[in-house]
Design a protein around this ligand. Structure first.
Ligand SMILES: [Zn+2]
Length: 125
């Protein structure tokens, strides 16, 4: 079974890898939507995979670090692509959320997103 919690954050960034003159080479902002998914079996006593309050607590710190920020200034997000944002969130959440299965980040304005299931098992440490 998989449960999920969604949250939004607003942030600005610039993509240093964008070609000169491309809109992404200029500072701009997005509303980012994040979905955090957790796999598990419901506890027989509570009927819950995990208390959603526990998910919210884990998320709130990461959200606070991103919301209304210039993402390029955040350590680890100097190249703030969807892919890097998704990995950054995974790194901050996986120790706090046992069963973390997926982090998905999308930009509603662009109909674009990225889904991350954690480091590939064959990837070097
Ligand atoms: Zn952008």
């Amino acid at each position: 079974m998989r449960i999920y919690k969604e949250f939004y954050f607003e942030a600005a960034h610039v993509l240093p890898s964008a070609p000169d003159g491309h809109p992404n080479s200029r500072v701009h902002g997005h509303s980012f939507r994040v979905r955090v998914s957790i796999d598990g079996a419901p506890n027989p006593e509570t009927g819950l995979v995990i208390h959603f309050e526990d998910v919210s607590k884990a998320i709130s710190e990461a959200r606070e670090a991103l919301d209304h920020r210039f993402l390029n200034d955040i350590e680890g997000l100097e190249l703030p692509t969807l892919e890097r944002i998704t990995m950054w969130l995974w790194d901050r959440l996986h120790n706090r959320l046992p069963g973390l299965a997926e982090v998905a980040v999308s930009r509603d304005s662009c109909q674009e997103g990225c889904i991350y299931h954690g480091p590939h098992p064959l990837a070097a440490e």
